[in-house]
Design a binder for this molecule. Structure first.
Ligand code: F6R
Length: 609
């Protein structure tokens, strides 16, 4: 959730740290700070607000110098958004300086102990407690002090630490919060995400839980918190610079919406043969037998990923004919879930780092489930924890509001359902027909994107309304939830998504004159029923915006505005019906003057509970 970048080498590091931090700003952006070792002393500059505010502050104070340093962009957990609470945190007595992503759960008891020993705290954060603890345990060896402190700590951390008394040494460690180590020529870097490393080196390794790395310009040593040496696997980072740059778009969210045809083609590449009605998912091959005999599928996720999982549930039941549920990972992990023999748990996640989804997956695995991942970030914690899986291949998603990952998740779940279906009940021609339709979806999305100007005009009509409804049935009930989530998270308009039939059971009381109600009303099994629900809303003064199937001209009699999507099989339709809703949310946020890529209170990748 927080962005971390650190450097040790021979170059002046202020600007390269800031450049890396800007790439990570989507991970958290309520305050930012930098520290370097300047002439043997740690120099910290920090401020509330964005990285741009930090740049202004650095200009005011004449910048910082040094060839070793660290910087951080924060998403507040413990303690409000204030400059003292911003990272880095220091322990002046020992000369320790630290940045942290995660939560130290036993910070309160540690703080009491440290206060008894005379430490005085200037922030309300759990992070400062860790800085003081390392300082308290420091006896001339930073690596050993970090290891000792982390043995006392419960919770999650990705940390980088330096000490005035050990110039040229950075120590980083991880449990629960991802950290990548970049291996350069005469320099080393640490970052919470590979995108901050790529302009310096493409050789990197991920730290594992409970691992500590000691870095100098020349080399590194990796061990556990119990000081057992480990040998990491240095790999090639596969991130293209253009995929993490705006490239002419105004916002990453806009870029990622428009990228969907291309990203979806990547998701599909080499994964099916239409003529043979065959799906080829190499990541599942080793578990083909267990998956064929699966008795139940439990899909786990949060937010947008959960909405994709909910669509996955319909796909599993319809195409694979296997009982399926989709659950909030955060609820599943604390229930006493019953996992019977033959259960397959599928973690759906863009980042592969969401704390609740990870914990729910472990819970399911501990109870005997086979664990699959439908994940975007290659090598992420979740991807490494699963038994098998299928990557989304949609490229880095920078916009905080997830768009292309959602469509990728639904696409992968539909392929998994067909893959299982073919091994269970589905014939080659039935599967071939569906695959033919699936293959066409990128072109269909291109057609929808071409109607962007119309979608913007419709959004303009309603953008001043404070309450919206999103309604759908069947496969497009989760689409309605996702449309509402998109609108609320970036435009701060109150929006409710629900099954259209649920209206009569209470929420219809909300409808008043002119309230926008977005209906996903494409052709499908429940089309007539959706039409009745539309009438009910209109009869009470609601204004209907319908997402409808091309050619359905009669729907104009029932809706104030119609956004058309191509005619495709209902089971695959959420991949197209969501696109106008993504664009509406985007335009609403822009029209209201909000920062689309950095919505208030949010951050990409929720690595805390
Ligand atoms: C909303 C959004 C979130 C994420 C959720 C899970 O636009 O992005 O709701 O979908 O936090 O994140 P991942 O997919 O990384 O597990």
């Amino acid at each position: 959730m927080c962005g971390i970048v650190a450097y040790v080498g021979t170059k002046q590091c202020q600007n390269l740290l800031l450049e890396g931090l800007k790439r990570l700003e989507y991970r958290g952006y309520d305050s930012a700070g930098i520290a370097t070792l300047e002439n043997g002393r740690i120099r910290v500059v920090k401020t509330v607000g964005r990285v741009a505010n930090l740049e202004d502050k650095l200009e005011e104070v004449g910048g910082v110098t040094g060839t070793m340093g660290m910087c951080h962009t924060r998403w507040a957990t413990h303690g409000g958004v204030t400059t003292p609470n911003a990272h880095p945190h220091t322990d002046d007595k020992s000369g320790i300086c630290l940045i942290h992503n995660g939560i130290i759960e036993n910070y309160a008891s540690l703080k009491t102990l440290l206060e008894e020993k005379g430490h005085r705290f200037v922030s309300q954060t759990d992070t400062e407690v860790l800085a003081m603890l390392i300082g308290e345990l420091y006896e001339g060896d930073l690596e050993a002090a970090v290891q000792a402190a982390l043995r006392e700590v419960t919770g999650a951390y990705g940390i980088v630490v330096m000490c005035e008394k050990e110039p040229g040494v950075l120590v980083a460690a991880r449990k629960g919060s991802p950290l990548m180590v970049g291996v350069g020529d005469g320099e080393h870097l640490v970052a919470s995400d590979g995108s901050a490393l790529i302009s310096h080196t493409s050789r990197a390794f991920a730290l594992e839980d409970y691992q500590v790395v000691k870095l100098t310009a020349e080399g590194f040593r990796t061990s556990t918190i119990h000081n057992v040496p480990v040998t990491p696997k240095v790999q090639q980072l596969e991130i293209e610079l253009e995929s993490i740059e705006l490239g002419g778009y105004s916002h990453f969210m806009q870029k990622e919406i428009f990228e969907q045809p291309k990203s979806l083609r990547n998701t599909f590449r080499g994964r099916f043969v239409v003529e043979e009605g065959r799906v080829i998912l190499g990541g599942l091959a080793d578990h083909a037998k267990d998956l064929t005999k699966a008795r139940r599928v439990v899909m786990l996720g949060q937010g947008t990923a959960l909405h994709a999982a909910m669509i996955g549930r319909y796909l599993m039941e319809d195409l694979a004919k296997v009982p399926a549920v989709a659950e909030f990972a955060s609820e599943f992990r604390y229930r006493n879930p019953i996992i019977e023999e033959g259960t397959v748990a599928i973690a759906v996640s863009q980042s592969g780092e969401t704390a609740d989804t990870l914990a729910a997956l472990s819970e399911a695995q501990d109870r005997g489930a086979l664990a699959l991942g439908v994940i975007n970030v290659v090598g992420s914690t979740m991807a490494r924890q699963t038994d098998a899986g299928v990557y989304l291949r949609v490229g880095p998603e920078i916009g905080v509001a997830s768009t292309k990952a959602f469509v990728g998740q639904v696409a992968v779940l539909s392929m998994i359902a067909m893959w299982m279906g073919r091994r269970r009940y589905m014939g080659a021609s039935e599967c071939g027909d569906l695959l033919r339709a699936l293959e066409q979806i990128p072109s269909h999305i291109e057609r929808i994107l071409a109607t962007d100007a119309q979608i913007r005009r419709v959004t303009e009509k309603y953008v001043d309304r404070e309450n919206w409804l999103f309604l759908g049935r069947g496969y497009n009930y989760p689409t309605a939830l996702e449309g509402a989530l998109k609108l609320k998270e970036i435009s701060y308009i109150h929006a409710e998504g629900m099954p259209a039939a649920e209206m009569k059971h209470g929420p219809i009381a909300l409808i008043n004159e002119g309230m926008p109600a977005v209906f996903i009303a494409n052709k499908g099994r429940q089309y007539e029923k959706v039409m009745s629900n539309i009438q009910e809303v209109r009869a009470r003064g609601g204004h209907v915006i319908a997402v409808a199937t091309e050619g359905d001209e009669s729907i104009r009699n029932y809706a104030e505005d119609v956004l058309f999507v191509p005619d495709i099989p209902e089971a695959l339709s959420p991949m197209t019906t969501i696109v106008p809703l993504q664009l509406m949310a985007y335009h609403a946020a822009v029209l209201r003057g909000h920062d689309v890529d950095k919505p208030r209170n949010l951050a990409k990748s929720v690595t805390v509970e």
